[in-house]
Design a protein around this ligand. Structure first.
Ligand code: ADP
Length: 499
């Protein structure tokens, strides 16, 4: 043991633009709400920091305590920043308060998003420098909204005692969203125009900058949310212009499959579904299906396979294939239920099918968490033919409820769904390789064939899917390994190897 070895908990500050139950638009919110808690169980001292949006439910806002306030320097301005704190089920959440940036109707989609999240990133650095309880060994940043933290920390806070030994881990949840803005921001907002390294690493072409590129260059370690996506990011098709950097830094790039909160997503205890069930007693699932068919205006027929789809209605999710195959699926007597919001053309297309096929197809254009629980519980199959999928949570949740996923073999879908092998009976779902509607329909109808003709194989697949381990414990241990690699002087406090 070296002389400066420290036997104490690794202090991890998890910076994210969303975290359940305060703010969520997608998988990032789920991850930031669950992973830090799992890190605590794995032996870290973890806390989360996120913006204090006015959309955070009032009950939580009422319980926040004021911890500190100061001014954050952003180029030529100094903006007010309050730090509020709320401890929820033993985990500390800190909120960056600035009404001019975060008192809005939704999380993103504003003309000044670049400035808003540049402010957030700078506020996180300033908070680490000023608020003793936020001192950390690792600052774990997520996606473009926090991508400037590693840049600011290195360029502006190197000399600050609380900051000079902080290592930055950056996780890519989706490389499609990078935070690209005009290069005027370098001077006007970021204040790095006269720092050649920062200017060069942030610039992506003649007149624009890219927040995520900055994080990829400045961070001490890079991760993404599945092993397959870590490989895919290094290819031009998936890398969205950043594949060269991922290749260059592949020695510090890890793919760690996300988990799901198995306390929230548990059919045996879920209070949002009409009847609970478990691998030992699946009888409640039939009632969940019947109730869902009734709720969605579908024929209440147990012999019809009910295919559900829950997620953002965007091109990423491969919905073009579903649209193309819809008439054929309807002709075979399959029921389809879609829950999601997103691109106008996708919303319109699924509403059209809903009108056309009355009691066989239903589209709910909404973000409805309670309905999503009932759909995961009541469906027979979950369809997810994504063009790319960094990790994907819906397929893991579905498996937990014995709803078998039909997925395209990409990213986290490939890493989490074991395709059915009719010779051995192994598998937790079904998969296909190409972005081809006929291939998808064949795979889906092949799954329906088993549903119709081989009850024993179907039940076995459900059992195997429900037994799959998607807990956060495995992922948390992998992240802890990375943190300790970056801080070898901190002796592992509570090394759990029970994966
Ligand atoms: P992404 O992060 O690409 O949106 P994921 O599958 O990783 O996709 O995570 C999506 C999460 O958001 C899941 O928990 C899913 O249940 C939830 N979700 C997505 N759309 C809706 C919706 N319309 N209503 C309720 N929950 C939704």
């Amino acid at each position: 043991m070296s002389t400066n070895a420290k036997r104490r908990k690794m202090r991890v500050l998890f910076a994210s633009s969303e975290a359940v139950p305060f703010a969520k638009t997608g998988g990032l919110g789920d991850v930031a709400g669950s992973l830090p808690r799992a890190l605590k169980h794995a032996g870290a001292k973890a806390a989360v920091i996120l913006p204090k949006y006015s959309t955070i439910p009032q009950e939580y806002q009422d319980r926040m305590k004021h911890v500190a306030d100061f001014y954050v320097p952003l180029a030529w301005r100094n903006d007010y920043c309050g730090i509020e704190k709320l401890t929820l089920q033993g985990l500390d959440f800190y909120f960056v308060d600035n009404e001019s940036y975060f008192k809005r109707d939704s999380l993103y989609g504003y003309f000044d998003d670049g400035e808003r999240f540049a402010f957030f990133a700078k506020a996180v650095c300033e908070a680490i420098a000023r608020v003793p309880e936020l001192e950390c060994d690792v600052l774990h940043c997520n996606d473009w909204q926090t991508a400037l933290c590693p840049v600011f920390l290195r360029e502006f806070y190197r000399e600050v005692p609380a900051c000079n030994n902080v290592k930055c881990v950056f996780t890519v949840h989706n490389v499609k969203f990078q935070g690209q803005y005009g290069d005027k921001m370098l001077q006007d907002v970021l204040g790095v125009d006269d720092i050649p390294a920062a200017r060069d690493q942030l610039r992506c072409d003649a007149d624009s900058i890219n927040f995520m590129k900055g994080a990829l260059c400045y961070s001490d370690w890079l991760t993404t949310v599945s092993p397959s996506y870590a490989c895919e990011l290094q290819m031009p098709f998936f890398g969205e212009g950043l594949d060269g950097i991922f290749r260059r830094r592949s020695n510090i790039l890890s793919g760690i499959l996300n988990g799901i909160d198995q306390g929230i997503w548990n059919p045996a205890t879920d209070s949002m579904i009409p009847r609970n069930f478990s691998p030992k007693d699946m009888s409640g699932k039939a009632e969940c299906k019947r109730a869902l068919q009734e709720e969605l205006g579908l024929a209440q027929d147990p012999t019809r396979p009910l295919v559900v789809s829950i997620g953002r209605l965007t091109n990423q999710k491969g919905l073009g294939l579903v649209r193309y195959a819809m008439d054929g699926l309807m002709a075979r007597g399959v029921q389809v239920a879609v829950l999601g919001t997103g691109d106008a053309d996708q919303e319109e297309a699924f509403s059209y099918f809903s009108n056309k096929y009355g009691n066989q197809m239903c589209a709910r254009i909404a973000f409805d968490n309670a309905l999503s629980h009932r759909m995961y519980a009541g469906g027979d199959l979950l369809l997810m033919p994504s063009e790319f999928e960094p990790c994907g949570l819906s397929q893991m949740i579905a498996m937990r409820y014995g709803t078998l996923p039909v997925v395209r073999e990409t990213g986290g879908l490939r890493d989490s769904v074991q395709p059915y092998n009719k010779f051995t009976g192994e598998g937790t779902g079904f998969s296909f390789a190409n972005m081809n509607a006929d291939e998808m329909a064949d795979t889906l109808l092949g799954a329906c064939e088993i549903f119709w003709t081989d009850q024993k194989a179907w039940s076995q697949l459900q059992q195997q899917a429900m037994a799959a381990d998607f807990s956060w414990r495995r992922a948390a241990n992998d992240y802890m390994d990375i943190y300790h690699r970056l801080h070898p002087e901190i002796i592992r406090y509570n090394k759990r190897r029970d994966r």
